[in-house]
Ligand binder design. Structure first.
Ligand code: ADP
Length: 257
């Protein structure tokens, strides 16, 4: 794949105590920079704004109030980009921030403007770093969706820019036949060609916001990719350099194709 979208979750970027996982961030930055040097075009969709913001403001829990969450996200997003800027600079890699709202899907002019920005960043070997614009878009920040839904956003970005592959790094090794956090005998499914109701049931139920865990939104993202005749790999973000192995064809995690 020449054009790749990589999505990382909060669990990959931060420790349980709220501090940044510098080892993971550093590995992510050198891996993606390495890919660009090999001639690939890479887009990073990064969660973590609220998680990092909470840490910055010395808060241990995310408040219920959405405006408060937005304020925290504003602080966290800045810090997150600062860290990315510093880490990527070590590898000589330039980055550009892209904050999106659903407008880019709804309005053709917005869609085209975003597309133009992506194309020009990629042409210049710059890694666009994407997140939802939490100041403008509040609907995804409700109480049921843990840290927002960048899973589906990453699939929308991937189809929009015609990337062949979406690599989703998570706190889990891949997609299992049942939730491995609940069932010790769950087994990893290394390849999925079709997503139906049965697949969603393995993720803990209906494809609704009330469904358990973040696996539902990951399946929805995979569904978007499959429908567009593209692939997605779900793998562990513990060591983001796993991306090198995934691109070599090593079957680590789950390949949706
Ligand atoms: P991230 O923060 O990396 O985006 P999430 O924690 O939101 O990831 O989603 C991954 C979680 O989904 C897993 O840790 C697990 O608890 C849950 N899950 C539910 N069903 C499954 C399944 N069938 N296979 C793997 N994980 C599952």
């Amino acid at each position: 794949a020449r054009r790749i979208v990589v999505k990382v979750g909060t669990s990959t970027l931060t420790h349980a105590n709220g501090k940044l996982n510098l080892k993971a961030i550093d590995q992510l930055c050198y891996t993606l920079s390495g890919l660009v040097n090999e001639g690939k075009q890479v887009v990073l969709v990064s969660s973590g704004a609220i998680g990092v913001g909470l840490g910055m403001l010395g808060m241990s829990e995310r408040p219920d109030s959405i405006p408060q969450q937005q304020a925290i996200a504003a602080v966290g997003q800045t810090q997150l980009m600062t860290v990315y800027q510093q880490r990527f600079a070590i590898y000589g890699q330039k980055i550009g921030q892209i904050l999106l709202t659903h407008d880019v899907v709804d309005y053709p002019t917005s869609h085209q403007n975003v597309l133009n920005t992506f194309e020009n960043l990629l042409r210049l070997n710059i890694i666009p770093i994407v997140n939802e614009n939490d100041t403008v878009a509040v609907d995804e920040l409700d109480h049921h969706t843990k840290f927002g839904d960048n899973d589906q956003l990453s699939a929308i970005v991937a189809t929009m820019i015609d990337a062949e592959l979406l690599i989703m790094l998570s706190d889990i090794e891949g997609f299992f036949d049942k939730n491995p956090r609940k069932y010790t005998d769950a087994s990893l499914i290394s390849r999925i060609t079709e997503i139906d109701e049965e697949t969603f049931e393995k993720a803990g139920g209906q494809g609704t916001k009330l469904g358990t865990g973040g696996m539902i939104t990951k399946l929805k993202a995979a569904q978007k990719m499959l429908r567009a005749d593209k692939s997605m790999i779900l793998a562990s973000g513990e060591n983001p350099s796993i991306i090198f192995k995934l691109l070599q064809g090593d079957l680590l995690g789950t390949l949706f194709q």
